[in-house]
Design a protein around this ligand. Structure first.
Ligand SMILES: CC(C)(COP(=O)(O)OP(=O)(O)OC[C@H]1O[C@@H](n2cnc3c(N)ncnc32)[C@H](O)[C@@H]1OP(=O)(O)O)[C@@H](O)C(=O)NCCC(=O)NCCS
Length: 136
């Protein structure tokens, strides 16, 4: 789609440094990594205000190996990260994605995420939408 999501090209050093910002959970088949999701525990100052709310947590770096997509693994990762947020006392979980990624926005809406506002990160070639879900 021509969207330069940082996760599609970040190198190992970037990933290593990124681990200071939170916890990276991975899904494995015992031999290789087949999925990831990142739970942020530190937030940077110029992030959207909702990301900084103490009752809110951001997830990102969400992906499943292309040949294993569409099998429900992504939904299992989201079930896991939402449960982890609840266990850590969070009442809301948020994400951002490209406003052009209709298929992702549909997917998140089906899971109960709602549009909050648009956002422009300086590093990327698309405008984002921030979406949130109340955790009950
Ligand atoms: C987004 C992503 C992590 C979802 O993981 P997944 O394992 O494919 O998701 P699921 O199997 O749980 O499927 C989610 C829904 O999308 C549909 N879907 C997923 N991949 C599909 C595909 N390749 N073709 C058709 N439908 C697909 C599923 O049918 C399902 O719909 P349903 O809930 O109505 O049945 C995965 O598709 C991915 O890695 N995409 C590339 C990276 C990306 O865009 N990450 C998100 C950045 S914000």
């Amino acid at each position: 789609m021509g969207l330069n999501f940082i996760a599609t090209f970040q190198d190992a050093d970037y990933t290593r440094r990124y681990l200071e910002k939170g916890k990276c959970f991975v899904l494995s088949d015992g031999k290789k990594l087949i999925g990831t999701v990142f739970y942020y525990t530190k937030m940077w100052d110029d992030a959207p205000e909702i990301f900084k709310d103490k009752d809110t947590v951001l997830f990102g770096k969400f992906a499943v190996l292309p040949e294993l997509q569409g099998l429900g693994l992504g939904s299992r990762l989201l079930d896991f990260i939402e449960a982890h947020a609840r266990e850590n006392g969070k009442s809301r979980i948020v994400l951002d994605t490209s406003e052009k990624a209709d298929h992702l926005i549909d997917y998140y809406e089906k899971r109960g995420y709602k549009y909050v506002h648009h956002w422009q990160w300086p590093e990327v070639n698309y405008r984002s939408v921030v979406m949130s879900k109340e955790l009950t």
